[in-house]
Design a protein around this ligand. Structure first.
Ligand SMILES: NC(=O)c1ccc[n+]([C@@H]2O[C@H](COP(=O)([O-])OP(=O)(O)OC[C@H]3O[C@@H](n4cnc5c(N)ncnc54)[C@H](OP(=O)(O)O)[C@@H]3O)[C@@H](O)[C@H]2O)c1
Length: 302
């Protein structure tokens, strides 16, 4: 028993070193990408914003079928028609991910009408551009129900079949604000931090499940309706990401089986600095970047 424990302790740093070298080699060499032919992809919030670009990107990269969920029929229908015209089968269903009965009911409809979902993309989210004191209680609850709890219901609805098939991927479009929260969108940052914990837990929990993996993408500010009107201090220094770039990198991360992706990659620096710098130094970085005040300059998207 004692020898076994000593052996495991000696082995651990060797394994860590091996995986660091492997990651470095993979970073330098072109990675092998899995084919999406045969994959049935469901995207929550697939009608507009990043979700719409994700749908187009999955179709472009060869997915067999797409399913879009959302609350607004007009944009779902438009995106769906565009994908069908491009030659990929696409369906849409009205579904509010905050409503678990609706999620379970629509998941059953999807299985019967379209087939088994093999890639689930949890993308739907809302933001209330108000401080804690100014937000009404229902608005605070709504963002937790959509941004966090919605993922519980969708994942519970589709993951069991993925495990049976030994083929599946759960994707989360998270946010860098989950690791570096800022004021003015306290409900959003809290929901995204909670959603990140959900994905970290799920990713580890699926380690021994062959054929089923997870990808979490953490983008910086992206040019969609979500934070429309937000004024940042140095727009040229920190320009917003294009939603098509976020979509492309997300699909690529699924195909290369990458668990966590920071967009842009320079956001890693923020996460590292956060874990080593004293709070006063971090406050200076926030003051410099203007992130203290930028959240007060937009209305939110609910
Ligand atoms: N924009 C950014 O700066 C940014 C940065 C980092 C991460 N993200 C993340 O990227 C994801 C997509 O955001 P986006 O920028 O594309 O925002 P967006 O343009 O506002 O789109 C949000 C999408 O979520 C859907 N949605 C909202 N509530 C829903 C609900 N209850 N049930 C089903 N669908 C719902 C919306 O459709 P309906 O309104 O029709 O339901 C819409 O399709 C979000 O998870 C967001 O947190 C965005």
């Amino acid at each position: 028993m004692y020898l076994k424990a000593v052996g495991a302790v000696i082995l651990l740093p060797i394994q860590i070193l091996y995986y660091i070298i492997k990651a470095g080699v993979c970073f330098l060499l072109p990675s092998k990408r899995k084919s999406l032919t045969g994959e049935v992809v469901l995207i929550t919030g697939g009608g507009r914003g990043i979700g719409r670009h994700l749908a187009k990107e999955f179709a472009k990269q060869g997915a067999k079928k797409l399913i879009l969920w959302g609350r607004t029929e007009k944009c779902l229908k438009e995106t769906c028609e565009e994908i069908n015209l491009s030659g990929t089968e696409c369906h849409y269903f009205l579904c509010d991910v905050a409503n678990r009965e609706e999620v379970y009911k629509q998941a059953k409809v999807v299985r019967e009408k379209v087939g088994d979902v093999t890639i689930l993309v949890n993308n739907a989210a809302v933001v209330h551009g108000k401080s804690l004191i100014d937000s009404d209680d229902d608005a605070l609850l709504k963002s937790q129900h959509i941004n966090t709890m919605g993922q519980f219901w969708t994942t519970k609805a589709f993951l069991p079949r993925m495990l049976e098939l030994q083929n599946g991927h759960v994707v989360c479009v998270n946010s860098i604000l989950s690791q570096s929260p800022i004021p003015g969108a306290i409900d959003y940052c809290t929901s995204k931090a909670s959603s990140l914990a959900f994905m970290e837990s799920l990713t580890l929990g699926l380690l021994d499940c062959p054929g089923v993996s997870c990808t979490t993408v953490l983008p910086f500010h992206t040019n969609t309706e979500m934070f429309q009107g937000m004024r940042v201090r140095f727009p040229k220094l920190f320009p917003p990401l294009k939603p098509e770039v976020v979509a492309h990198r997300t699909v690529d991360a699924v195909r290369t089986n990458t668990a966590f992706v920071h967009l842009p990659w320079t956001m890693h620096a923020l996460v590292i600095l956060k874990s080593i710098l004293p709070q006063s130094a971090l406050e200076e970085i926030h003051k410099f970047s203007g992130s203290y005040t930028c959240m007060n300059t937009f209305k939110g998207r609910t």
